[in-house]
Design a protein around this ligand. Structure first.
Ligand code: NDP
Ligand code: ZN
Length: 352
């Protein structure tokens, strides 16, 4: 098979490998569409999870099954499928404890382009096909289906972790595709006022379409100061972090959160950084503000449920897709676009 890989830190290229080996409960899938992710950029260019060598990149895809193991019951060759970025081992104790994304160890449910070759390949391997794949809903565009791999489940996970409630005032820090989905999730959870923090005009336009009530530009001063001023110093109930920096963002989040509120993070931080929160901003340790961070839950049930948000018109993923490429060979162009983040970019997809 052919794949677009991280050759080593800061270096990418196409490589050839043998087709992946398949167990009795697994599947091999060929991509119909793939999408690069900011996480691919953190991995290749920022050494965020340590060096990977000749590891095929990519974890966002929609595909067609080319082979299934003998014990796979619900999928057959030729089926078109949604593929989650996180494909847990459902029998592990972490899964039984409710943290399937960490099945087998910290982040170990995230296998593609982390522990094994990813989806930017002519063939890719999916463990536990019955537990992790979902049928592509009839008529769903494969490019839009790629948003179900990671952007939608990750963004919505921020709302789940923070337990966004009817009428909550919410701040979403970062309105790239992940933050936009956190924002849309807040709307679906019944939030009232929603502050969206970002600066690029295209993301601001789409944030408003998804339901942001206030836009905060982090270039215009400290975002906690701006939000406190706009809320008569009350702050917000929930802060959802999908961007920013490790130096300031968590402290700002603590400072703008009401006592008893919640902060949830889905941004992929650099492993070498240290998070800073001034104790006073966290009620000198007694604020009752919870801070959580999570990797998107994976698996089939969640994919099927989240797909129903699209098929029933609750969430329109097409607003996020600003750039379309055609042909497997265009994957490097799409990844480079993600690397450079031009002003008009939210999310590129590649139809294979
Ligand atoms: P983007 O780079 O597209 O978006 C980042 C956002 O953060 C932009 O809106 C940007 O504003 C904003 N931002 C940048 N600097 C600051 C700052 N100092 N203060 C406040 N806001 C700031 O990223 P994505 O949406 O693609 O991804 C977001 C994060 O989620 C990434 O770290 C990604 O790796 C991670 N991720 C996590 C997953 C999980 O399971 N937990 C899965 C997938 C992704 P602007 O550009 O408008 O100036
Ligand atoms: Zn991703």
């Amino acid at each position: 098979m052919r794949g677009f890989a991280m050759i080593g830190p800061n270096e990418t290229g196409f490589i050839e490998k043998d087709d992946p080996e398949m167990g009795p409960r697994d599947a091999l899938v060929k991509p119909l569409a793939v999408a690069p992710c900011t996480s691919d950029i953190h991995t290749v260019y920022e050494n965020a999870i340590g060096p990977r060598h000749n590891m095929i990149l990519g974890h966002e895809a929609c595909g067609e099954i080319v082979a299934v193991g003998d014990e796979v019951k619900d999928f057959k060759v030729g089926d078109k499928v949604l593929v989650p970025a996180v494909t847990p081992d459902w029998s592990k104790l972490e899964s039984q404890a409710g943290y399937a994304s960490h099945s087998g160890g910290m982040l170990a449910g995230w296998k593609f382009s982390n522990f094994k070759d990813g989806v930017f390949a002519t063939r890719f391997h999916v463990n536990d096909a019955d537990g992790n794949l979902a049928h592509l809903p009839l008529g769903m565009d494969p490019g839009e289906a790629c948003m179900l791999s990671d952007m939608i489940p990750t963004g919505l996970h921020a709302d789940e972790m923070a337990n966004v409630q009817y009428g909550d005032t919410v701040a979403v820090i970062g309105i790239g595709p992940v933050g936009l989905m956190a924002l849309r999730g807040a709307v679906l959870h019944g939030a009232g006022r929603i502050f969206a923090v970002g600066s690029r005009p295209k993301t601001i336009e789409v944030a408003k379409e998804y339901g942001a009530t206030d836009i905060i530009d982090y270039h215009q001063g400290d975002i906690a100061d701006q939000i406190l001023k706009l809320t008569d110093n009350q702050g917000v109930d929930k802060v959802l972090i999908a961007g920013g920096d490790t130096e300031h963002t968590f402290d700002q989040a603590a400072r703008m959160t009401k006592p008893g509120g919640a902060i949830s993070n889905v941004a992929y931080l650099n492993g070498n950084d240290v998070l800073k929160i001034k104790a006073a901003d966290w009620g000198v340790g007694m604020s009752n503000i919870t801070i959580d961070g999570g990797l998107m839950p994976g698996g089939r049930l969640r994919m099927e449920k989240l797909a129903s948000l699209i098929t029933n018109g609750r969430l329109d993923p097409s607003l996020m897709i600003t750039h379309k490429f055609y042909g497997f060979e265009k994957i490097p162009d799409a990844l480079e676009l993600m690397h450079n983040k031009p002003a008009d970019l939210i999310k590129p997809v590649v139809y294979c």
